[in-house]
Design a protein around this ligand. Sequence first.
Ligand SMILES: NC(=O)c1ccc[n+]([C@@H]2O[C@H](COP(=O)([O-])OP(=O)(O)OC[C@H]3O[C@@H](n4cnc5c(N)ncnc54)[C@H](OP(=O)(O)O)[C@@H]3O)[C@@H](O)[C@H]2O)c1
Length: 244
Amino acid sequence: MSAVLDGQTALVTGAGRGIGRACAEGLANAGARVIAVARTETDLDELQTHASDRIETWSADVTDDAFTERVQTIAGLSILVNNAGGNRPQPFVDVDTESLDFVIGLNVRAAFRVAQAATRAMLAHGNGGTIVNMSSQMGHVGSPKRTVYCMTKHAIEGLTKAMAVELAPHGIRVNSVAPTFVETPLTRPMLDDPEFRDFVFGMIPMNKLASLDDVVSAVLYLVSPGASCVTGHSLKVDGGWTAQ
Ligand SMILES: NC(=O)c1ccc[n+]([C@@H]2O[C@H](COP(=O)([O-])OP(=O)(O)OC[C@H]3O[C@@H](n4cnc5c(N)ncnc54)[C@H](OP(=O)(O)O)[C@@H]3O)[C@@H](O)[C@H]2O)c1
């Protein structure tokens, strides 16, 4: 039986751990050939060992020009999951310039340039494509110690909408997924703090974190033919956090 993404080539950034890794595995299980990108080779080796032979790993830094240049040359690229991102929670008045530049550089500048490079690859073959930018519920609301992160994820929401409008005539759909907290190596240290964990659960009407599967399901829907008329959308996977 053919899988829904048979014949598709997908690029997933930040795929060594957490959400990106789950997305790479989910896309491969749905039939896509996947290029999984992260810097830490041991994470990629582990992914390669446990995952389908449809996953190829690239050890690369998404902020490097060499990486974006390579992305432009991917033959037949039809799916991008633009996921690599990070956070350094700090009170607004204490945000240091190095952290500010780091988070903007990764979450906005690199995400923009990777999306641009992937779009060039899609335009080169002329068969359209689909892009999912990994946003956050923090792309829709504010939260304490998250001014920089919220700013960058709001930027991702703006990028998603503007790309969707401009690229629609080329058959390229652009959406975002906006999860609430998911337990990953990024958030585990935050969620280990009982006070913070209580705050998070208190904000989620469904009283549960999003799972990796919840996020992967949203990504798979957006890249599937079932979403062929969906573009410029932000699919919140937030248990109701932002509905209040
Ligand atoms: N976890 C959550 O609660 C949550 C909620 C909403 C949104 N998000 C978003 O989801 C995305 C993934 O989050 P996560 O929690 O899965 O993060 P994570 O556990 O920290 O994993 C991030 C992945 O990105 C890679 N990465 C980081 N910087 C990179 C770079 N410069 N070049 C290439 N790869 C890089 C990391 O590997 P290397 O360090 O080896 O490169 C790792 O594989 C982020 O955009 C985040 O903002 C997360």
